[in-house]
Design a protein around this ligand. Sequence first.
Ligand SMILES: O=C(O)CCC(=O)C(=O)O
Ligand SMILES: [Fe+2]
Length: 339
Amino acid sequence: MSLAQTAPSASGAFDSIPIIDIGHASTLEERAALARQIRDACMNVGFFYIKNHGVPEETIDKALSAMKAFFSLPTEAKMKLHHRQGAHYRGYEPLLDSNINPTNKGDLYESFMIGWEKLVPEENVGDTPAVANRWPSEPAGFREAFLDYYHATLGVAKVLHRLFALALDLPETYFDDKLRHNPMMRGLHYPPQTGPEDERIMGIGAHSDFQCFTILWQEPGIQALQILNSEKQWINATPVPGTLVINIADLLSRWTNDVFRSTVHRAINRSGVSRYSIPMFIGANSDVVVEPIPSCVSPERPAKYETIKAGDYVRKRIQEMYQQGVATSNGATRQNDKQ
Ligand SMILES: O=C(O)CCC(=O)C(=O)O
Ligand SMILES: [Fe+2]
């Protein structure tokens, strides 16, 4: 049965998020089996955890320590790297700078955003990224720790987009030349929220991501992320040690004629201690023509959206957001903004 035929039976009324072990993906048979699990998760939930993803624990620990040290610097030091002073929002974004859900009062996170850059600076000669990252002078080792994690996670993105292709009955390499190899990534710090609960004060308000998919590391032991099911219930995306969270974002959902879900999510930190996370937003190259993937269209499920270039889609989304009076956007949007 094609995806278009099975899609109507996917209700979105999930109450848990699947965990998929991607550790064994060397044979085509193994990848096909994984793709079936991923297809199921993308059609029903739009979120899944991956385990045995290959990002070394030490790499994660170093990135986390670097983030903790950076965010504990005095505000004046961090403000020198304010993301609006540099090109394309790279750098530091203070608390309440963003309000992703216009009905809220502002997002209670601070973040540090980077894009692609080679690890060894000399190697960048002759291959300098169009937009440079802005690095803090302290803590020592911040750049290396953050970029190490970036490159390790980029490797996971490449494994995943091949599995997505298989899940969509496409040739495995379908997305190889279509998805960006230089995504944006940010470290997020959510201070603890105390006091009476107010639905309009969130760590990050309810939203869906703009790009194709997001790879999120979240700090173990601290509940904050929640995802919305079709019954309008918030389901906790409880951190599962050793996993990364993957979610489908709007552009890939559109590309699949809504067969894959881009699920609304939010985060609120009521743990009493700081909470950290690191999303990486995988998008498509601006000139990629996004038209419904054949397996996602049938006479009963005609194409819902007109064909559009990835870059135009993203620009339109950003324009709409500004028209709604949203001062800024989440990381995914910012990524698009610069592409
Ligand atoms: O911090 C989290 O758990 C979620 C972050 C997020 O949704 C985003 O940056 O788009
Ligand atoms: Fe998000």
